[in-house]
Design a protein around this ligand. Sequence first.
Ligand code: ZN
Length: 247
Amino acid sequence: MPQLGFLSRVREACLDLLFPRDCMLTGVPVDNPPWRYLSPAALQSLPRVQAPFCDTCGYPFSGMLAGARRCSHCEELDPAFGRGRTAMLAKGNARSLIIDLKYHKAVWLAEDLARLIATTPGYPEHLRGAVLVPVPLHPRRERWRGYNQSRLVLEKLVRLLPQDNLALADILVRTRDTPTQTRLDRAHRATNIKGAFALRAGAVPDLARRHVVFDDVFTTGATLNACCMVLADAGVTTVDIASLAHG
Ligand SMILES: [Zn+2]
């Protein structure tokens, strides 16, 4: 419904004029469009990732390195994907924003978070031409939360990068509601998550296109890897990953 989309954007623009939004991190009114909830000081405070970084997960290295680059997070991973990018480290203010989006229903943050990805040097090039696949939540968890935060960010990202020929395909499902990963060590995370994902019933991946599986946070890579395995088993030949932040 493009008309509705246009009207809602007009409505939002009017509301912005009447009621300037306050920065989610500093509390000051935000007057640096197109950012909506992040002031310049807030943007400055975020631990954004710069090169050089791990080719597999995007975790930054300190100093310049030559040759193959894989960080300690990825050493034991045996990745089912090629390359990975991330926009921030999941700490400090970046972590607060993700917690707000994920657990405090701050869905209005999704556009600024997508913009952080879109303005990370080299990140749009990593996504260019790809089918973007959000890591799914178990249906029970998504019903409880009301949304999948990774999908929300991707929806905004596709709109922010129209020149990059991106497609969003929510083609994976979580078949097992695994215990929360945060209290498990690396080995247990991999076992915990194995076989927890499947192709959505009736979904037909476009095998000719590169797929990029996206999660809000890369922690050990076990979740993203399990999703990539499903796509590889379905016959997708090129699978990469991307995340908003690296934990
Ligand atoms: Zn890595």
